[in-house]
Design a protein around this ligand. Structure first.
Ligand SMILES: [Zn+2]
Length: 264
């Protein structure tokens, strides 16, 4: 049976526009081939059950610790990707991971060995704290980016609760699985290939190119924050002559999205 190493996982995740952190050893990590094959056709969504709270440095340590190494009773990696509460993507492993266990027929998933058929995402959530829009939006974007990158239909996203043969209820809240009909609708609605799909670095490069252009045409640029400079371009663009107003309007929309994306 085939055993793939998804070394392009960072690129796949970056196309979501989310911040991506590589957990040391990510590109070699996976269960031994002797434990089974790995040829994924979709994604399984989980929650970790951790009680870290909104603390990205502790989440990063958790991704490199528990998610990478697992437990004596369940050796790691426990997923391919950890998803922080702030939407940060932690790449944990690229080979087979211990996340789905035995599964039943559900969507793309065929009854049997779930780990051979799927990428596992562990969203960092206690299961009792609820789900913020920040984390859910990131979850949708991440699933959409993975499906698009690997050429799977976006419906190829199942929850552990849907595929489990042992009564798992994640991802969920207070023992109740979240609605995967709603979740998949969110994944389907994610825009692809747009400016929001750019990485932060790419968005920065575009913004800098626009700023350079403005500097070239506008002469002296005062010292000001990045956000202030973008806002100034927006204001000055409103004062330009009418023939290019439409084009400027489109640029403003792009700039708005860049500002939003960078939190500038
Ligand atoms: Zn799970």
């Amino acid at each position: 049976m085939a055993y793939r190493m998804l070394t392009d996982l960072p690129a796949a995740c970056r196309s979501s526009g989310l911040k991506v952190v590589l957990v040391p050893g990510w590109n070699r990590r996976g269960r031994p081939a002797s434990t089974g094959s790995f040829s994924p056709r979709g994604v399984v969504a989980h929650h970790t059950g951790d009680s870290i709270g909104n603390n990205s440095s502790r989440e990063r340590a958790y991704a490199g610790g528990t998610l990478a190494s697992g437990f004596a009773s369940l050796p790691g990696p426990l997923c391919h990707i950890g998803l922080g509460r702030d939407g940060t993507v932690y790449i944990v492993a690229v080979g087979r991971a211990n996340h789905a266990g035995r599964v039943r027929n559900s969507g793309f998933m065929r009854a049997g060995d779930g780990n051979s058929q799927s990428i596992g995402i562990e969203a960092m959530n206690s299961g009792f704290e609820g789900w913020t829009d920040v984390q859910l939006d990131a979850y949708h974007s991440l699933c959409a980016a993975l499906c698009d990158h690997y050429g799977w239909p976006r419906r190829n996203v199942r929850s552990h609760a849907e595929v489990s043969t042992s009564g798992k209820w994640d991802p969920g809240i207070n023992y109740k699985p979240i609605s995967m009909t709603t979740f998949r609708r969110g994944v389907a609605a994610v825009k692809s290939g747009g400016i929001m799909a750019l990485s932060k670095r790419e968005a920065n490069a575009i913004a800098k190119a626009i700023l350079n252009y403005e500097m070239h045409g506008g002469g002296k640029v005062p010292r000001e924050s990045f956000g202030e400079r973008l806002r100034r371009i927006r204001i000055s663009s409103m004062e330009t002559n009418e023939s290019i107003t439409r084009e400027r309007g489109d640029t403003n929309k792009i700039l708005d999205r860049i500002v939003k994306k960078l939190g500038a």
